[in-house]
Design a protein around this ligand. Structure first.
Ligand code: NI
Length: 193
């Protein structure tokens, strides 16, 4: 039981290609402990997802879960269903609808910043669950963006890499200025991992 230290932007582990886990490894005490620690770390920092490289373990493993009553997300997630905690290992993402949707994203590894990122609106994720069993799910809207953000961490990608800057337009901002100057457009939603 431990809250792990979060790797912040600049730590090389965030740029590594993480490695797959075997079904046996997933059931091992070491990985079970890691998953438990990731749950506690995510809860401590109020995240809605966390990927193993963020706690300095370059493994293809991520957790996603949120409660729409979580006050940090009440505006963004109020119309979303709760997402029970999911353990995702060795995910493969297939784009089902390439239409782009934009959200203002944040990340525990990139603190105090918000960036506007557009991603495909509907995806399928094939993955191994906690017991090493193959599973498949479809996600759209808010959840599709949450998955793509978390799974990017397994390939060494951060949300800042996906921001399309535009002259004369704020697309990356400090959280303080983001709120102070009402940077998000009316139809632009915010999420933080
Ligand atoms: Ni992140």
């Amino acid at each position: 039981m431990a809250i792990r230290k979060i790797a912040r932007m600049g730590h090389p582990v965030l740029r590594e290609q993480a490695r797959n886990l075997t079904p046996e490894e997933l059931k091992s005490p070491t990985i079970r402990q890691l998953i438990q620690d990731m749950v506690e770390t995510m809860e401590e920092y109020g995240g809605i997802g966390i990927a193993a490289p963020q706690v300095r373990e370059p493994l293809r493993l991520a957790l996603i879960g949120y409660d729409s009553s979580n006050s940090r997300y009440e505006d963004e997630a109020e119309e979303e269903e709760d997402q029970p905690l999911l353990v995702i290992a060795n995910p493969k993402v297939t784009i089902l609808d390439p239409t782009l949707q934009g959200y203002w994203e944040g990340c525990l590894s990139v603190p105090e910043l918000r960036g506007y990122v557009e991603r495909p609106r509907k995806i399928r994720v094939d993955y191994l669950d906690l017991n090493g069993k193959s599973q498949s799910l479809e996600a759209e809207g808010f959840l599709a963006t949450v998955f793509q953000h978390e799974l990017d961490h397994l390939d060494g990608v951060l949300f800042i890499d996906r921001i399309k800057t535009e002259p004369g337009k704020t697309r990356l901002a400090f959280t303080e200025e983001f709120s102070k100057y009402d940077v998000a457009g009316e139809d632009e939603e915010v999420l933080e991992d």
